[in-house]
Design a protein around this ligand. Structure first.
Ligand code: NDP
Length: 317
């Protein structure tokens, strides 16, 4: 039986609608959430991502501002900007779009972001909060993966989860969240022996590798839920045909754009898996939705006590 396709666009829209309501409530209490995005230099892909983030803020009523220093920006200048944003009370989230220009010390800039405003959840303080199950800001893509599973009624507790990829941005925090949700978790990487065999143990298989269609059907236990985080671009005709020959919709898109997006999971997995996230339209849309959600969470965590005061004074009035 073909896998149920988990619609990331639909789930992201649900989350955004919930976040928009929270933004309205906070704004009514005088605490409109605010996100500052730093886009240094002129990386075309980053410009597209940042545009998407700013647009989502506008849709949801979150204050947003873009800071776009030139390609020649120095580490000292960026540190100054981050510290300035750390100080401003109406800014709840600070997002440093990566990659930064080559001359910049990216780690130093990311470390300078106040952990309470670190809506990407990359700061070691937030990594520590996640691993010790304390309230904090969780990286967006991993948080989105958990939302997809929960909102699609895929049980996590007690089940075998295998995460392929151990990056600080996706693999590790996803594994940590799955542990926190009581899965039994195995993390794989490029040195793992018998990767297909390990993956076949998974009730939940997360592929965060960055290798076009690498997870084929022999990696997947029949009925497993497969989450495809990979975003790989194919522009070579022969490679396209290897994956999508006979897929009319893809053929049309490829003819029009000269390229198509594919995940780390081979399309044939849809014949074995119980549930599968598509690429595009799976995990990707969740990443922005969770950024919006994190901005509101950051506002609540940092300014929450003032929210309670505002609510009390409204009650008294
Ligand atoms: P990284 O390159 O940082 O990490 C890739 C991981 O995959 C590494 O741990 C690496 O192992 C492992 N790996 C590479 N090759 C193999 C192999 N042959 N067998 C087993 N493991 C392997 O990538 P990211 O985690 O940043 O991203 C992963 C993918 O997810 C990319 O395609 C990226 O574009 C996509 N992505 C999508 C997002 C979304 O919103 N949908 C957001 C972020 C990323 P090792 O550690 O041993 O080198």
């Amino acid at each position: 039986m073909a896998a149920t396709i988990l619609d990331g666009n639909k789930i992201a829209a649900e989350i955004k609608a919930e976040v928009a309501q929270q933004v309205r409530d906070l704004t009514a209490a005088g605490l409109r959430p605010g996100l500052a995005v730093i886009l240094a230099g002129n990386n075309p892909a980053s410009e597209i991502y940042v545009r998407g983030k700013v647009k989502s803020c506008e849709e949801l009523g979150i204050h947003s501002e873009k800071h776009a220093p030139p390609e020649s920006v120095t580490t000292a200048e960026l540190l100054h900007l981050v510290r300035e944003l750390n100080r401003r009370d109406e800014i709840d989230g600070i997002l440093v779009q990566l990659p930064l220009p080559a001359q910049v010390d990216s780690k130093a800039v990311l470390m300078a972001v106040e952990p309470a405003k670190d809506v990407d959840g990359f700061h070691p303080v937030n990594v520590g909060f996640l691993s010790t199950q304390r309230p904090g800001l969780v990286p967006c893509t991993p948080a989105g993966i958990i939302e997809i599973l929960q909102r699609s009624q895929v049980a996590i507790a007690g089940r075998e989860a295998v995460v392929v990829g151990r990056s600080d941005i996706v693999g590790k925090p996803t594994a940590m969240l799955l542990i926190n949700h009581n899965a039994t978790v195995t993390v794989c990487h490029s040195k793992t022996h018998d990767l297909p065999g390990v993956c076949r143990r998974a009730d939940i298989l997360v592929a965060a590798i960055g290798r076009t269609g690498m997870i084929t059907r022999n990696f997947v236990k029949p009925g497993a839920a497969v989450i495809d985080v990979g975003m790989n671009k194919i522009s070579d005709r022969a490679e396209f045909e290897r994956f999508f020959k006979g897929n009319e919709k893809r053929e049309q898109a490829f003819a029009k754009n000269g390229s198509t997006l594919i995940g780390d999971v081979h399309p044939e997995v849809a014949e074995v898996a119980g549930a599968l996230t598509p690429v595009p339209g799976g995990v990707g849309p969740l990443t922005i939705a969770m950024l919006m959600s994190n901005t509101v969470k950051a506002a609540r965590l940092r300014r929450g006590s003032r929210l309670r005061e505002a609510a009390l004074s409204l009650e008294r009035a």
